[in-house]
Ligand binder design. Structure first.
Ligand SMILES: C[S@@+](CC[C@H](N)C(=O)[O-])C[C@H]1O[C@@H](n2cnc3c(N)ncnc32)[C@H](O)[C@@H]1O
Length: 368
């Protein structure tokens, strides 16, 4: 178990009673489940001999079975993280706690998630800082929410808005499961982001992140909530959405010139002399756009070059398009039946592992 080194001035004698009380009141946010020996109730990733990953929860007497061999949970409980267990048949299973990026990619979902490569970029380019007041919508399955909460920390404030109650339920269970309890900086609201944003006092939100079909519909309410200089980051799936968004940001006159880009992540194959990019990659996830709120009454800086016809704001490309929906932009959305199943399963898991850390039903990966 790793213990924090004492700070030079904080000896047991000098530590005030109130500081100790404060420390006791701050229950850890899952940190104890991310370090130290593997314990019963820990989620671990098992890499089977074929290189496939499986997420299981460790239970005394539990057994993980595949057609490539069997792993007894008791063989790793109590050992340091990072084990390779050899079965009697000579097969090896690697056992490690998942990283946040592993968790996000394997957690139950109702809506498409923001991939780790984009979540990392959003935190950096959207300038999400510890203690920040951040507004996020939509929440979907809660993937981006996890990174935003890590970035704002316990002293920040993240208001996450999702208009579908079933998705919000899935997100809450996913987030609670990761942190092991309700995150004190998180306020999950069901509703439309435009309604929530206008309730804030003008200019009091530091950062806004939108991941939704039609972010341009919310620019006025975001401009109301965002502090002068505050950053708006939008994650959009298609060029047509980006074009529409950028033109509306420009024509509103309340934001700086938008910047848009995409992040490509190409994994490499590392095998002897065959060191090269993998043949397959995730070719496209989404585009990112950032812009900053100008102070009220300040007009955007004029550009030197003449704008082309399509960048004339509301008369630009796609402005008259009415058919914005998930199908039209090619976004994958789970069926109602799948969402119902995911919601039921992940909530049962959260209820079992967050409120009562003893094993119980609902952990379908466990073969006892
Ligand atoms: C792609 S998902 C978000 C995924 C999420 N960022 C994640 O990483 O898991 C888009 C979500 O936005 C929600 N949404 C769309 N428009 C909205 C609005 N105006 N206000 C609140 N939520 C909205 C949808 O219901 C959907 O769940």
């Amino acid at each position: 178990m790793i213990t924090e080194p004492p700070s030079p001035s904080a000896t047991p004698d000098s530590e005030s009673a109130s500081a100790r009380d404060d420390a006791a009141a701050r229950a850890p946010l899952g940190q104890d489940r991310r370090r130290g020996p593997l314990c019963e109730g820990d989620r671990v990733q098992v890499r089977d001999p074929k290189g496939r990953f499986h997420t299981i929860t460790l239970v005394r007497g539990g057994r993980f079975q595949t057609n490539r061999g069997t792993l007894d949970h008791d063989d790793v409980i109590g050992l340091p993280d990072g084990q390779v267990v050899r079965t009697p048949e000579g097969r090896e299973f690697q056992v490690m706690r998942p990283l946040l990026s592993d968790y996000v990619m394997s957690m139950p979902r109702g809506a498409a998630v923001v991939y780790p490569k984009d979540a990392g970029t959003i935190i950096q380019m959207g300038d999400i800082f510890p203690g920040a007041r951040v507004l996020e919508a939509g929440v979907g399955s809660g993937a981006l929410t996890l990174s935003l909460l890590d970035a704002v920390g316990e002293t920040g404030h993240l208001v996450s808005v999702e208009r579908r109650a079933d998705f919000a339920d899935i997100a809450r269970a996913n987030v609670d499961l990761w942190f092991g309890r309700a995150h004190p900086a998180w306020d999950l609201q069901i509703g439309d982001v435009a309604d929530v944003a206008t309730l804030f006092e003008e200019g009091t939100i530091d950062r806004v992140v939108l991941d939704m079909l039609a972010p341009w519909e919310n620019l006025a309410s975001v401009a109301h909530a965002l502090a002068p200089g505050g950053v708006l980051t939008c994650y959009i799936a298609t060029v047509t959405q980006m074009s529409r968004l950028v033109e509306d940001v420009r024509s509103m006159g309340a934001f700086t010139e938008p910047i848009a880009w995409e992040t490509l992540q190409r994994e490499w194959h590392l095998d002897g002399l065959a060191v090269r990019p993998e043949h397959r990659m995730v070719g496209h996830t989404g585009f990112l756009m950032t812009t900053r709120r100008l102070a009220p009454g300040v007009a955007p800086q004029r550009r030197d070059h003449r704008a082309t016809k399509v960048s004339d704001g509301l008369d630009g490309m796609w402005d008259h398009e009415e058919g914005w929906n998930d199908e039209a932009v090619g976004t994958r959305v789970s069926s109602a039946k799948k969402v119902r199943r995911v919601r039921r399963d992940v909530r049962a898991k959260a209820a079992t592992w967050v409120e009562d850390p003893t094993p119980g039903p609902g952990d379908d990966e466990i073969d006892r």
